[in-house]
Design a protein around this ligand. Structure first.
Ligand SMILES: [Zn+2]
Length: 181
C-alpha cells in the first residue's frame, strides 16, 4: 500500500456513516484527519503497537487498513472501523462545537447504567457475549457494544435485550430491521 485509494476513502467514510445513520446532520466534524497505516503501527503516545486509535489532540482517527478490512470480512463482533468511529462519536458529542450534545442525555444516562452493570458482569466472569476488553472502561464498553450492535444484532438482542434497545434508541437506528426480508 503506497497511497490512500478512493476505495479506502469510501469504505472508511461508510463506516462513519453506518454509525451516524440516525443523525443525518452529524459528520464527526471535529476530526479533520484520517490517518491510514498499511498494518499495525507504533504509537509514540503510549509507546505501543496499535491497530487504531482516536487522537483528539491531533483531531485524528487512525486506522490499520489491514485490520479495518478484516473487521468487515467476519461478522464476529469485531470491527475496527466501527470501534474507532464509536470513540469519535462519543468525543464529538462532548466537544463544544456545532455538533455538541446530539446524543439524548436521558438515554445516555440509561446507557451508562446498563454499561456499568454489564462491565461488572464481565469483570466477575459472568458474561460471555462481550469480550473482556469491553470492561476496560466506559468508552471501551461503548465501542465494543457498537461493534456487536452492527455485526451480531440478533445475538446481542437475545442475550442483552435492554442494552440492545437502549443502544438502538441512543443511535436512532436498529440493524435488526435490516435482517428481516
Ligand atoms: Zn477502543
Amino acid at each position: 500500500m503506497d497511497s490512500v485509494t478512493r476505495e479506502m476513502k469510501v469504505l472508511i467514510s461508510a463506516s462513519a456513516i453506518q454509525l451516524t445513520f440516525g443523525f443525518p446532520k452529524i459528520r464527526l466534524s471535529y476530526f479533520r484527519n484520517i490517518l491510514v497505516f498499511p498494518d499495525v503501527y507504533f504509537s509514540p503516545s503510549n509507546m505501543a503497537h496499535h491497530k487504531g486509535e482516536v487522537n483528539p489532540k491531533f483531531k485524528a482517527v487512525v486506522l490499520s487498513w489491514k485490520h479495518f478490512v478484516e473487521g468487515y470480512l467476519h461478522e464476529d463482533g469485531r470491527n475496527l472501523g466501527l470501534h474507532e468511529m464509536a470513540h469519535a462519536l462519543r468525543l464529538e458529542n462532548k466537544i463544544m462545537n456545532e455538533e455538541y450534545n446530539f446524543l439524548d442525555s436521558a438515554i445516555l444516562k440509561d446507557w451508562e447504567l446498563r454499561a456499568n452493570h454489564t462491565m461488572k458482569e464481565i469483570d466477575e466472569g459472568r458474561e460471555s457475549f462481550f469480550r473482556e476488553y469491553g470492561a476496560a472502561n466506559r468508552e471501551e464498553f461503548f465501542a465494543v457494544a457498537v461493534e456487536n450492535f452492527f455485526e451480531r444484532p440478533s445475538e446481542f438482542s437475545k442475550k442483552h435485550l435492554l442494552t440492545y434497545k437502549t443502544l438502538s434508541q441512543l443511535l436512532k437506528q436498529d440493524p435488526l430491521l435490516l435482517e428481516k426480508p
